[in-house]
Structure formats: C-alpha cells, structure tokens
Design a protein around this ligand. Structure first.
Ligand SMILES: [Zn+2]
Ligand SMILES: [Zn+2]
Length: 230
C-alpha cells in the first residue's frame, strides 16, 4: 500500500504522524513563542533588563531572555539558532528550530519581536537625579593644567564604568581656582584622587559628611576631597 498524506494527498515522504512534513508543520508547532515581548531598555546607557538585572544589550543576553520564553514541544535532538535583526524600537528575531520527530529530521522558523520599553536603569536614575557619593574639589596653582587634569579624570572614570555604573561626573562646577566635580561613586572618586596624588604630587584632604541613613540602618557618607595641584 502506498503511503500518502491525508491532507494534501502527496505520496512524497517522509511522513510524520501520517502527514507530510509541510502539512504536519501547518498544524503542529515545534515551539510556542509569543509574537511580541517587551523588555526594559535604559535610555541613557542602553542596557536591557533581563531577569531582574541590567545587562548589556548584546546577542547573548537577548538570547537568554528569549530562551526563558520558549515552550518546547516534543522534539528529539532539538537545536535552536536565533537570528537578530536590530531596529530602533527593538529587535526582530528569527528562531530556526530543528530536531527529529519519529526519527525524521524537521526544521521550522518562527518569528518574534522584542520591543524596547525605554526607562532608566537603577544607576542612570541615580546619575540623572545628580546622586553623588563624593565631591572632588580640585584647585590649581597653575590653572593651565586644568584641561589636562579633567581629561585624565574622565579617562579614569571611563575605565571603571563597566564594573561601576556610577563611575561618572554627575556635575562639574567651575570655580575661580579650579573645579568641583560631583562623582556618582565613592570608590571611583577614591581612585581618581589617588591617581592625581601620584601623577601631579597633589596634596589631598578628605572630609566625610553624613548625608543620611540607608534602609538597613547604615550611615550614608559623602566624601569631599580637597585636592591641591601645584
Ligand atoms: Zn501534506
Ligand atoms: Zn542606564
């Protein structure tokens, strides 16, 4: 007896559960995936929110997000390849699924879209509200050094930004003999000051001030550094 597809009548195999592969895929999915998702994206630094954490908007993290949303149907030797096409509003995704059913290889492509919901990540929210844990007051004997020093400060902060999202100048206030720099992170500020000390033989005075109490009862301290560059 000749085997044929009861839906389209083709006698060309292979057959899965009695149907040709084309007809089988019309009525059966290899995975379930929503057509559209929303994902938080920081409008300042561009990070995305994946399972409660702000992370880099790269292919790995988008894939990780997507993997948690996929529901697999019974498929042996399953594999998934995700193509990402970026757009201004989000990313278009092509999910190429392959595997075996009843020993027959089968592949299908599904589309989905991740749409950005623009907001601020935790760190950028702090920065945008001028939150700062340290102030560096730089005073110059020779004001012509100002430009170079500011450049160095920015360079040091930029090198820390990956691990410390608050490593930024929140505000720059120009003074007669120098600059006041409001710095988001106290750790980064400390590093900047020690570099200025080393490179310019600056004299440094630090004065802590209490700016509040944290939720778990610890003192919140802001450090003000007076840095004199000869
Ligand atoms: Zn068919
Ligand atoms: Zn951000």
């Amino acid at each position: 007896m000749m085997e044929f597809c009861p839906k389209c009548g083709t006698e060309k195999g292979p057959f899965i559960k009695g149907f040709c592969i084309k007809c089988f895929l019309e009525d059966n999915k290899l995975i379930d995936i929503d057509k559209k998702f929303h994902i938080g994206k920081c409008k300042r630094c561009g990070k995305i929110l994946v399972s409660g954490r702000w992370v880099k908007d790269d292919a790995d993290n988008l894939a990780k997000f997507l993997m948690s949303k996929i529901k697999w149907h019974s498929l042996a030797k399953k594999s998934l390849d995700i193509e990402i096409v970026r757009e201004a509003k989000g990313a278009k995704l092509y999910l190429n699924v392959s595997g075996e059913i009843e020993g027959e290889p089968i592949t299908a492509t599904y589309e989905s879209f991740i749409e950005y919901r623009f907001q601020y990540c935790d760190a950028c929210l702090k920065i945008s509200s001028a939150y700062h844990e340290a102030v560096i007051q730089i005073r110059f004997q020779d004001k012509s050094k100002e430009k170079k020093v500011l450049f160095l400060v920015k360079e040091i902060l930029a090198s820390k930004l990956r691990e410390d999202a608050l490593a930024e100048i929140v505000k720059t206030i120009r003074r007669k003999n120098g600059l006041d720099l409001l710095i988001g992170s106290k750790k980064a500020a400390k590093l900047v000051v020690s570099e200025l000390k080393k490179k310019y033989k600056a004299s440094v005075k630090v004065s802590p001030s209490l700016i509040g109490i944290t939720k778990d009862g610890k003192n919140k301290i802001r450090y003000t550094y007076s840095v004199r560059i000869p």
